[in-house]
Design a protein around this ligand. Structure first.
Ligand code: SF4
Ligand code: SF4
Length: 89
């Protein structure tokens, strides 16, 4: 696991400011999808603000990728839908 599933990391997660984050996720107090994996809620993709999250910087989720992976990630960041960071290839 790239990102440890901790309370401290959950507190840093900026999913709550994302327009894709919905009432279902909110009522389950979900977040930190890059560590915990996908939501059980329905995901209606609008945007993904993960690249501006301190967790992305701290664990180099984007920075560790090569150019092609970054282009793919741009389309697929949505960890709430695709599952934890580092597991999709
Ligand atoms: S990278 Fe995305 S899913 Fe992970 S903590 Fe940040 S906002 Fe949440
Ligand atoms: S993982 Fe990305 S798309 Fe999903 S709620 Fe968090 S910031 Fe938004």
């Amino acid at each position: 696991m790239l990102v440890p599933d901790t309370k401290e990391n959950l507190a840093k997660c900026v999913c709550k400011s994302c327009s894709t984050y919905n009432e279902c996720m909110k009522s389950n107090a979900e977040g930190l999808f890059c560590a915990k994996g996908k939501t059980g809620c329905t995901v209606e993709k609008k945007e993904c603000v993960c690249v501006s999250c301190p967790i992305d910087t701290e664990y180099r989720l984007t920075a560790r990728l090569d150019l092609m992976e970054k282009m793919i990630l741009k389309l697929n960041t949505f960890y709430c839908e695709t599952g934890p960071a580092g597991l999709k290839k």
